[in-house]
Design a protein around this ligand. Structure first.
Ligand code: ADP
Ligand code: MG
Length: 266
């Protein structure tokens, strides 16, 4: 005799239905909510509202994460992770104002200048994450890699396609301008890109070289000044003059005089 078919309980079937519909967060919470409704601690409407809210929040979080991944950040950090008290040269209100994304709406640029480790990339990434949150097409590129990428595209006859990709981004983060020199061809390509974005789309540049010294980075002073001219028109220049955060765990251990010397780079 065939064994009687035992049908799964409604609670199990609800969970399985929700999973099949892709409502994973609701599926996780459904059992708990059924008990709460049965015990009278929640009305059916309250429970459904909370379950659907939780599902929507999960979908939004996943969508944000997918867009953050596409932005190519080297790490994901926000302003909440930034210790402003460690870097008094950086004005918190100025950075928080940038985080409202007004500069992006106005097509303005941001140049973060400072020595290594002071938090330039962290601030740039934080603003980038904020832009992604606002659904702005954002891309983070190491300056040298971007130049190499454009050179490769030019060599393959695909410059226009690649240029269009970078030119159309709502926010381009150009990291570490000045760490390595850029030759004439690279400078020309960068100039083309900067010109196409000029006054229309925002760029955040992080650099260890003051804007006045960009001529040395680009080898060619004429192109350098043309690039600086376009980047710096409608631009927020932020200089961070403090010490490296990477050294923070080393320096506090040094006794008074040694620490001052180390901070002064002696
Ligand atoms: P750089 O100025 O060289 O771009 P980064 O922004 O990459 O430096 O900072 C180096 C590391 O130190 C990163 O992990 C960054 O998150 C961290 N960092 C730098 N400044 C701060 C700060 N004030 N508060 C918290 N973390 C910081
Ligand atoms: Mg950096």
């Amino acid at each position: 005799m065939a064994a009687p078919v035992v049908e799964a309980s409604p609670a199990v079937r609800v969970r399985s239905n929700l999973e099949e519909l892709g409502m994973d967060r609701m599926a996780e919470l459904a059992g708990e909510h059924m008990s709460l409704v049965a015990a009278g601690s929640k009305t059916y409407a309250e429970s459904l509202l909370e379950l659907t809210d939780a599902q929507i929040a999960a979908v939004r979080e996943r969508d944000l994460w997918r867009r953050v991944q596409k932005a190519n950040f080297p790490y994901v950090k926000t302003l909440a992770d930034f210790d402003f008290s460690f870097q008094p040269s950086l004005s918190r209100p100025v950075v928080e104002d940038l985080a409202t994304m007004g500069f992006l709406e106005r097509g303005e640029n941001v140049v973060l200048v400072g020595s290594p480790g002071v938090g330039k990339t962290h601030i740039a990434v934080s603003l980038g994450v904020e832009a992604v949150r606002c659904r702005k097409l954002t891309y983070f590129a190491d300056c040298q890699r971007l130049v190499d990428d454009l050179k490769r595209a030019a060599a393959k006859g695909q410059l226009e396609r690649r240029m269009r990709f970078y030119a159309h981004l709502s926010l381009l983060i150009l990291d570490e301008l000045g760490y390595l020199g850029i030759d004439k061809e690279g400078a020309d390509l960068l100039f083309q890109l900067v010109s196409r974005r000029y006054e229309r789309r925002s760029t955040i540049v992080t650099t260890n070289v003051g804007i006045g010294a960009w001529a040395q980075v680009f080898g060619d002073p004429v192109t350098a000044s043309a690039i600086a001219d376009r980047v710096c028109h409608h631009c927020h220049v932020i200089r961070i003059t403090g010490r490296s955060y990477r050294m923070k765990d080393i320096l506090p251990d040094l006794p008074g005089r040694d620490r001052r010397d180390a901070e002064n780079g002696e």
